[in-house]
Design a protein around this ligand. Structure first.
Ligand SMILES: [Zn+2]
Length: 463
């Protein structure tokens, strides 16, 4: 790893087996697994050195193998052996548009593609990312080691996966990770919530991986059916890809009997870089597999403490080899933390605030007055009707937010009470209501990627 050659995935597989054997014998995994997962990166000088070497190694390879970056680095007159973190700023960020328009230019010449995965987000045309066989062996092995080490995925676990089945990369990682650890995996997709609940309850699952909007549908369906913690044996819920509100997270913990909901950041384009949320709600990005920059939305320069920033990610070679991106601008917005020292359980790893939403969905009321999708999702999902997942639309009229909601979201409140609910959360809004039939059209969510089955069609027709 230090020299940046491709890792031997068979050896990593053996390391997983060693960790399993140690776990069996001593009740905890050994220190060598920890080195691979977290690295010696608690010291800021070591971190800077590691990141500089990672950037140089990655840029040197891309200059030789990636048509897109060969051109881009030449245009920016980059000397990859001299590149440092300050010098990165001369290289323009890569946008999703680049990937969508010129996907072939991103494929490295020295790698054979194996599996394609497409982005399944709710914004714009999908991007197609090819992954190599090496990547598809490497990432699950790293994930399995991290899972074992942190006690998150253990032999005997049953993982139920309720993300879009078309998210082939994510599905494969879950399946292969379970195989390495000796856990079981049930891939269901975005099926009817009742079907997924039946599987969770009757067929047993100890882990659930899904998206916040689908978790909301599961929570609402479980409550309607009068189900509670006694019906489940879940010990962990992981979500990602959308804003998770504290109201929904709390309710899901109560209903499913888990200590918390883990809010992860992972994105098809920037795999295997992963962000984890700590107990103080910060987002901590893994430092081993890549570099994460926080750039000011206006200037593109490193953002100041307290400012909103877009997350720009560079996965390092040899963690990524088939279709890598360099300085990929995710357009996912976070707020930079104040410069004080962190006190959370992940304080050794730098952090930002949680994902606030996509940059093009920010509501701008004035030069410094910006409302984020997270603020609105949290306020809507805190309504007493529990209108989950939140459906709304925001528009700006004469410098004021008009918030369109389905009428049932404010059932039991008169309009003044509803307006003051939002004012209490710092949102000065004018409300507009539409019929519930129009709710789904207000805001697209990942749970809208319904996957039908003959069984669910029969269930819903009452046969
Ligand atoms: Zn933290």
């Amino acid at each position: 790893m230090v020299w940046g050659r491709r890792l031997n995935t068979a050896n990593l597989g053996r390391l997983v087996n060693d960790a399993l054997a140690t776990l069996e014998e001593f009740g905890e995994p050994g220190a060598d697994a920890g080195q691979v997962v977290d690295g010696p990166l608690n010291d800021p000088a070591a971190r800077l050195d590691y990141a500089t070497r990672g950037v140089r190694r990655t840029a040197a390879r891309l200059a030789a193998q990636s048509p897109f970056y060969a051109r881009r680095f030449t245009a920016a007159e980059v000397r990859t052996d001299k590149l440092d973190l300050a010098g990165l700023r001369t290289i323009p960020v890569t946008l999703k548009r680049d990937l969508v328009e010129r996907p072939d230019d991103f494929q490295c010449a020295d790698v054979k593609p194996f599996l394609a995965t497409r982005t399944t987000g709710t914004t714009g045309r999908p991007a197609e990312i090819w992954m190599s066989r090496y990547e598809m062996e490497l990432w699950p092995a790293l994930g399995a080691l991290a899972g074992l080490l942190r006690g998150e995925l253990l032999p005997g676990d049953v993982l139920q996966v309720n993300v879009s089945s078309r998210a082939t990369g994510s599905v494969h990682l879950n399946v292969a990770g379970c195989r390495l650890v000796g856990a079981a995996c049930r891939v269901l997709g975005i099926v009817s919530p009742d079907e997924a609940l039946d599987c969770l309850a009757e067929r047993g699952a100890t882990q659930l991986a899904t998206v916040p909007s689908y978790l909301a549908e599961l929570e609402v369906a479980a409550r309607r059916r009068g189900m509670g913690p006694g019906d489940f044996r879940l010990r962990r819920i992981d979500v990602g890809g959308e804003v998770l509100s504290p109201s929904l997270a709390r309710a899901a913990c109560e209903t499913f009997g888990t200590p918390g909901v883990r809010d992860l950041f992972a994105m098809t384009e920037t795999v295997p870089i992963i962000g984890r949320t700590c107990n103080q709600g910060h987002l901590h990005f893994d430092l081993n597999t890549g570099l994460v920059e926080y750039l000011d939305l206006e200037t593109g320069e490193p953002a100041e403490p307290g400012a909103l920033a877009t997350v720009v990610a560079t996965p390092f070679f040899p963690y990524r080899d088939c279709m890598p991106v360099f300085r990929y601008d995710t357009r996912d917005v976070v707020r930079c933390l104040p410069s004080e020292a962190l006190t959370c359980e992940l304080s050794g790893v730098p952090a930002a605030g949680p994902i606030e939403g996509k940059a093009d969905q920010l509501v701008r009321l004035g030069p410094t007055d910006v409302v984020t999708p997270r603020q609105i999702v949290e306020a809507v999902e805190a309504l007493p009707t529990r209108p989950w997942p939140a459906r709304f639309r925001t528009t700006v009229h004469d410098g004021r937010i008009q918030l369109t909601l389905p009428a049932s979201a404010i059932d039991g409140l008169d309009e003044a009470e509803a307006v003051s609910h939002f004012a209490d959360r710092g949102l000065d809004v004018d409300l507009a209501l539409v019929g519930d039939a129009e709710a789904v059209a207000l805001r697209h969510l990942r749970s809208d990627l319904h996957e039908t089955s003959f069984a669910s069609a029969l269930m819903s027709s009452g046969v």
